[in-house]
Ligand binder design. Structure first.
Ligand SMILES: CC(C)(COP(=O)(O)OP(=O)(O)OC[C@H]1O[C@@H](n2cnc3c(N)ncnc32)[C@H](O)[C@@H]1OP(=O)(O)O)[C@@H](O)C(=O)NCCC(=O)NCCS
Length: 174
């Protein structure tokens, strides 16, 4: 689909983005069956979202990046680092892009940036789980150097159907 490209700005989210982030998450949830919630399924109150964004900003192993175009969030990626010392060098990744911006390399740009952030934070591993038939996400993760490490059986429950998740890891020490 043709789209007027004004290059989105990629930046770390701040607490002031909470309202727009809630709106984004409720929209993007309805645009695919591959996220943890569906349309309007993100029910966290704004104060909770503000606290979480601030906590991610303050932590030395977490980050939330957003891509903003014309004042609207059009993509988001986060690294959620483990709080405990023995796992502190690992973080879980999640990413989404608004459907009208798919296949325009925004996912690639966000992944590249968040991997750089992970290295700067001295993380050693990024992990994620992806629904086994999510071809676009799997292609993106493989391109970014993620390896399949296993399968969680019946991990997702979407539209009354259980499906497996592929577990992936990118080891930043390689
Ligand atoms: C997965 C997602 C983040 C990708 O974002 P994006 O901005 O479209 O990603 P990019 O354009 O940078 O790259 C997409 C890649 O997938 C490939 N791709 C797209 N559809 C594909 C398909 N059906 N089969 C195989 N590869 C596919 C593209 O060719 C591209 O690879 P390339 O750069 O080597 O050409 C986006 O589709 C999305 O938000 N999906 C819904 C939410 C989601 O699934 N999040 C991940 C949950 S684990």
């Amino acid at each position: 689909m043709e789209h007027n490209i004004t290059a989105p700005v990629i930046r770390e989210a701040t607490a002031d983005d909470a309202e727009e982030m809630i709106s984004y998450l409720n929209i993007v949830g309805g645009e695919s069956d591959n996220l943890m919630h569906g349309a309007d399924g993100f029910k966290v109150p704004i104060e909770g979202v503000k606290r979480r964004i601030q906590a991610f900003h303050d932590a030395d192993n977490c980050v939330i990046l957003i891509a903003v175009e014309d004042g609207k969030i059009i993509a988001r990626a986060e690294l959620d680092g483990y709080p405990f010392a023995r796992l502190h060098h690992n973080a879980k990744l999640s990413i989404s892009v608004r459907k009208d911006h798919w296949n325009m390399k925004i996912g690639t740009i966000l992944m590249t940036e968040i991997i750089e952030r992970a290295k700067k934070m001295n993380l050693h591993n990024i992990e994620l789980e992806v629904i086994a038939d999510n071809k676009a996400a799997i292609a993106l993760y493989h391109k970014m150097g993620f390896s399949d490490v296993g399968v969680y059986k019946n991990w997702w429950f979407v539209n009354d159907v259980y499906s497996d998740a592929i577990v992936m890891q990118k080891c930043l020490d390689d």
